[in-house]
Design a protein around this ligand. Structure first.
Ligand SMILES: *[C@@H]1O[C@H](CO)[C@@H](O)[C@H](O)[C@H]1NC(C)=O
Ligand SMILES: *[C@@H]1O[C@H](CO)[C@@H](O)[C@H](O)[C@H]1NC(C)=O
Ligand SMILES: *[C@@H]1O[C@H](CO)[C@@H](O)[C@H](O)[C@H]1NC(C)=O
Ligand SMILES: *[C@@H]1O[C@H](CO)[C@@H](O)[C@H](O)[C@H]1NC(C)=O
Length: 571
């Protein structure tokens, strides 16, 4: 029943195939291009080179500052002065099989990071990038760095979590957007925040609570989500910006991209990761409303919260995660149309601009950049897991080519300032290493042969990240890897509070042993048993009646030659 070589793909796929057995793949005709494993290996090597060129560029020129400036070969502290890019890169190193560097990173963080600083940081970014990075490295170190690792990263994560928590002390429970790591919420901090920044904590805070027994994190994350859901419109739509004091929407536009994206992603992923029906119910209602009001043919637009009227007919780059999310619960055909539409924009410019106007068929004024974003390849990766259509390899190859040909500079890879002129910015986002390279690498790593590597638990530098194929995992919205945990599936939510610490320690040990055993011997994999499920009717609503509106650009499938010429022009 379980195909072990792909069991890292969310178990959800299996769940979906069971509940929607006739739905996903039957009418599906794969495309003709068939990459050989050799070709995929070469692409995988290209991605590895891209990663190391940038990672080493960061180490040599910017570390321990937050970000690399890849053109001037220097660094800058753009976030909280917490070696952001370093923390963000660690699990990618482990994935690429570089255990010695992963271990060095873990040790460095244990010895050097200090969050007791007078720094005002974004609560959202710090959560997904740094707290997410620490928790991921912690969960992986438990498995990969036995027996020397003693759980120190969890202490760091708890310390950081405690510093973010004051932001949630608001009348609605929706957090402030920024917090000072040492002094709490700054005086006169704005009370306006975006929906994504209000609802993207449930995975990290949930894990932190489960691992430490301190339930306040999980409760804060849940309260914020439920609170924001209370303020939904009659159409079950959410706005883009909200006042955390009175819950008034200050931007009354609803969509799936900028400012709201990961709110939906976390509802679904947390529902699956913790088997949580409450999150699933909110997700299902939101999904239904989005398909009904926000989807227009293969594209998604921004509509008014209360009436569902179109406000911005714009594809924005951050929407690109959506088809991947859809594929996780079986909406593959629906996702196919959308990924083709989105990818056609990539092929036209060599990149996806932050905004592309669907009516004019042009880059939206003021939204010309491409800051090395991962969302498109993230979706390609998920979709490729569902049906192995080589089309996705081809699409991802387009991405590797333009990333290599255009964004590669002396010390790393640089943001695109303008997708039309291909001019560059002296900036490299940390998510290029934690997400863009990771999803590309994973996509090309999927081979058609079942690998049976039994010594994976004792990972060393030679195993090329094979441990990964033996785990059930979920990614946070920064691409951080969270292995599924049996210990999180205990039904009673408050048990972590009452259990004494000795019992908890034993339970943890047992879990880690189970996990190591799972990694070591795939035949003994214990299956997760979900109670909470996405519902079969999801498929029906996704093919429901769309409002047809004229003026939209036909999705054009650009020929290879066009993109090659376009690239050549800028070489
Ligand atoms: C691991 O990463 C370090 C730093 O980039 C590099 O020097 C080393 O060669 C890498 N090791 C492997 C096995 O890739
Ligand atoms: C914290 O940093 C801010 C901005 O750099 C500075 O104005 C303030 O004086 C600092 N506060 C303390 C207590 O050091
Ligand atoms: C906060 O805002 C009030 C009213 O605008 C102002 O009088 C006060 O000086 C501000 N405080 C700080 C620390 O900026
Ligand atoms: C750059 O693009 C060309 C096609 O124009 C492709 O053949 C080549 O492999 C690309 N180079 C890299 C390093 O990806």
């Amino acid at each position: 029943m379980f195909n072990y070589s792909y069991n890292h793909v969310l178990f959800v796929f299996l769940l979906i195939q069971v509940s929607l057995s006739t739905a996903t793949t039957t009418s599906y005709i794969p495309s003709i291009y068939t990459p050989t494993d050799d070709q995929k290996d070469r692409l995988k090597q290209d991605v590895k080179d891209m990663f190391y060129h940038s990672y080493d560029g960061y180490l040599n020129n910017a570390f321990p500052m937050d970000e690399l400036k890849p053109i001037s070969c220097s660094g800058s502290n753009t976030f909280g002065e917490y070696a952001l890019t370093f923390i963000d890169s660690l699990d990618t190193l482990a994935l690429m099989g570089n255990m010695s560097e992963f271990k060095r990173g873990v040790d460095w963080i244990i010895d050097h990071t200090n969050f007791d600083t007078n720094k005002t940081v974004s609560v959202f970014e710090t959560n997904i990038r740094v707290l997410g990075g620490l928790l991921s490295s912690h969960l992986l170190a438990e498995i990969l760095l036995k027996p020397t690792y003693k759980g120190e990263l969890l202490d760091k994560a708890l310390d950081l979590g405690n510093r973010l928590l004051p932001a949630f002390d608001t009348p609605t429970g929706i957090p402030y957007g920024a917090v000072n790591l040492k002094y709490g919420v700054p005086i006169n901090e704005t009370t306006i925040t975006c929906t994504a920044a209000a609802g993207t904590f449930s995975l990290e805070f949930g894990i932190l609570s489960k691992l430490t027994g301190k339930s306040e994190f999980e409760k804060a994350a849940r309260k914020s989500i439920k609170s924001i859901w209370e303020f939904r419109s009659e159409l079950d739509l959410l706005g883009n910006h909200i006042d955390i004091v009175d819950g008034e929407w200050t931007i009354k536009e609803s969509g799936i991209g900028t400012g709201i994206d990961s709110f939906f992603e976390y509802l679904f992923k947390s529902a699956i990761y913790f088997d949580d029906q409450e999150y699933m119910d909110i997700f299902l209602a939101s999904y239904k409303a989005i398909i009904k009001h926000v989807k227009k043919e293969s594209w998604y637009v921004d509509v008014s919260l209360n009436k569902g009227a179109i406000i911005w007919p714009i594809y924005n780059s951050l929407q690109s995660f959506w088809p991947g999310l859809q594929s996780m619960f079986g909406q593959v055909e629906d996702a196919m149309g959308t990924i083709k539409a989105f990818h056609s924009v990539w092929r036209r410019y060599g990149f996806t601009p932050e905004g592309y106007n669907l009516i004019s068929g042009q880059v939206q004024h003021g939204q010309k950049g491409y800051p090395l974003r991962p969302e498109l390849v993230e979706s390609l990766y998920y979709l490729y897991q569902t049906n192995k259509d080589p089309l996705f390899v081809k699409m991802a190859k387009d991405m590797v080519w333009t990333l290599n040909n255009v964004t590669k500079v002396e010390c790393g890879h640089a943001n695109i300032k303008d997708v039309e002129s291909h001019s560059l910015d002296d900036k490299m986002e940390s998510f290029f290493l934690s997400e863009t390279c990771k999803y590309l690498y994973l996509l090309f790593s999927t081979t058609s042969t079942i690998q049976d590597n039994n010594n994976v638990g004792d990972s060393d530098d030679s195993d090329d990240g094979d441990w990964f194929k033996k785990l059930n995992i979920i990614f946070n919205t920064e691409g951080h890897i969270f292995p599924m945990q049996y210990r999180f599936f205990e039904k009673s939510t408050d048990s972590s509070n009452n259990i004494n610490s000795k019992e908890k320690e034993n339970a943890d040990k047992e879990n880690i042993q189970q996990q190591q055993q799972q990694v070591g011997d795939s035949k003994k994999v214990k299956e997760f048993e979900w109670i909470c499920k996405p519902m079969p009717y999801l498929r029906t609503i996704s093919s429901g009646p769309f409002q047809f509106i004229g003026g939209y650009q036909e999705t054009e499938w650009y020929e290879d030659k066009k993109i090659l010429d376009a690239i050549a022009e800028f070489k």
